[in-house]
Design a protein around this ligand. Structure first.
Ligand code: NAD
Length: 467
């Protein structure tokens, strides 16, 4: 197998990062492997740029609209590059770009003005929202552009500057996006840095950073929070998930099967809010398994640049090894793969879409986040048991309930311990809604006005009515 971790390009004396196309397993390009000392200079420039950027919301709004236009105009260049390094089908790369432009426009229109506050006394108090300063953003490889935009759109709209670090597996599209956006903004308002660890750790712990906004796994989130503790920078963490879909007795299996399947397998299951476990009433369990297995067998798996592909490869070799490990452990625990269960016999990091049955509830594929194209389907006999199992992990990102009686489904969804619950679909998010995980799935709130306020600090001015 070729390089399993982002490697230094041969002969480049440690200054370039080889970027692998997961559909071939071969390096196809490289990016700067910047060393941690780049962070000092980037933070210094971000501080200087902040002085002007913070001062005029109207100027910021215009610049963010211009940035959105520039992102759309660059779509034909960005999308194939994103697919090449990430693996996803081209249409999904275009969707990421559309979402990025839409998010810039959404936050460009949010300007919190002064807010009066009163507790009845004759004192006029007013909140004036102030930006925090340079923000550090660190994002993973599954939605490089969309997740980056969830960081920079609210932070920049609020009047902060930002240093953004993509995953070393997917640095290229973010670098291009950064240069496209930077051309629409004053210098040093948005800086993209690329490289391997400890670049992210140095950024998160830099004393000049006032907010660290991180998306990634729970263990890295803990390290980021610990790194930011000495500077007491604000920390927002959007972490892993292990979302459950609970099917009710009255569910119309054929009607929902496509939606349920793609809620688990879109982007090859590499979605924080993918359905990662299905709980089906024992009476219809085998029907659900069969419906999902049919779709898994029919899904077209191939390179993202092939227009016929519905599912691309897993993004990187360690992630593929992880998916194989969870599947092998599930089998050792007694599970059966009704569809898939193995790598595809071709170059690249392809894994067949996998439906598992007879999975013991304690198997790690159920209790942990496997983050790949594998879905365990578990039977239940009482609804209380299903809800308890759905809530029974350390995660609390999302969840869904599927059935025909919407009132009953809503009542069950209300019992899920997570940040967002859906009925008869999963992981559809509005730009205007708060996005927050409970338990170990996150700290802080992103999305909508809450995302903007996460990048602002209240400055309260008290003025008496009389001298
Ligand atoms: P990861 O935690 O390994 O890496 C995330 C980012 O952190 C990368 O840019 C990485 O280079 C960087 N990093 C690694 N070590 C670091 C350190 N010590 N200090 C600072 N930065 C460091 O995650 P991943 O494998 O890239 O992504 C998959 C994970 O992301 C899954 O757990 C998934 O659920 C989660 N995720 C969460 C959301 C959400 O919104 N909740 C969205 C997408 C992905």
């Amino acid at each position: 197998m070729p390089t399993s971790r982002p490697g230094r390009a041969p002969g480049a004396r440690g200054e370039r990062l080889a970027v692998i196309d997961p559909s071939t397993g071969e390096a196809f390009d490289e990016a700067p492997d910047q060393q941690p000392d780049i962070v000092d200079a980037a933070v210094d420039r971000a501080h200087k740029a902040w002085r002007d950027w913070r001062s005029d919301a109207t100027v910021r709004s215009g610049a963010l609209h211009a940035a959105a236009d520039a992102v759309e105009a660059a779509g034909a260049e960005l999308a194939p590059l994103l697919t090449r390094e990430q693996g996803k089908p081209l249409a999904e790369s275009y969707a990421e770009i559309d979402r990025t432009a839409a998010r810039l426009r959404y936050f460009a229109e949010l300007h919190p003005g002064p807010q009066p506050v009163t507790d009845g006394r004759p004192v006029r108090s007013e909140i004036r929202w102030r930006p925090l300063g340079p923000v550090a953003a660190i994002v993973p490889w599954n939605f490089p552009l969309q997740l980056a935009s969830a960081k920079f759109a609210p932070a920049l709209a609020a009047g902060n500057t930002m240093i953004l670090k993509p995953s070393p597996y997917t640095p290229l599209a973010t670098r291009l996006l950064g240069s496209v956006i930077a051309a629409a903004l004053p210098a040093d308002v948005l800086t993209v840095v690329t490289g391997r660890e400890p670049l992210g750790a140095c950024l998160a712990s830099h004393p000049g950073i006032r907010h660290v906004t991180f998306t990634g796994s729970v263990p890295t989130g803990r390290a980021v929070a610990a790194g930011a503790a000495p500077s007491l920078a604000r920390v927002t963490l959007e972490l892993g998930g292990n979302d459950a879909a609970v099917l009710l007795e009255d569910v119309d299996v054929e009607r929902i099967a496509d939606r349920l399947f793609w809620a688990a397998f879109r982007n090859c299951g590499q979605v924080c809010m993918a359905v990662k476990r299905v709980y089906a009433p024992a009476r219809i369990h085998s029907q659900v398994v069969e419906a999902l297995a049919q779709r898994a067998k029919a899904a077209v798996v191939g390179p993202g640049l092939d227009p016929d592909s519905q599912l691309g490869p897993v993004n990187n070799a360690p992630q593929l090894a992880r998916v194989e490990r969870y599947t092998a452990q599930a089998r050792a625990d007694g599970a059966r793969a009704v569809a898939g269960g193995h790598r595809l016999d071709r170059p690249g990091y392809f894994f067949a879409p996998t439906i598992l049955t007879d999975v013991p509830p304690h198997s790690p594929v159920v209790t942990e986040e496997q983050f790949g194209p594998v879905l365990p389907v578990l039977p239940y006999t009482s609804l209380d048991e299903a809800v308890e199992a759905a809530n029974g992990t350390g995660f609390g990102l999302g969840g869904s309930v599927w059935g025909t009686d919407l009132d009953r489904a809503e009542a069950v969804a209300g019992r899920l311990e997570c940040g967002t619950a859906w009925i008869n679909h999963h992981a559809e998010l509005s730009l205007a809604q708060p996005f927050a995980g409970t338990k170990e799935s996150g700290v802080g709130v992103a999305g909508g006005p809450w995302g903007l306020f996460g990048n602002l600090s209240p400055f309260v001015l008290h003025r008496p009515e009389e001298t």
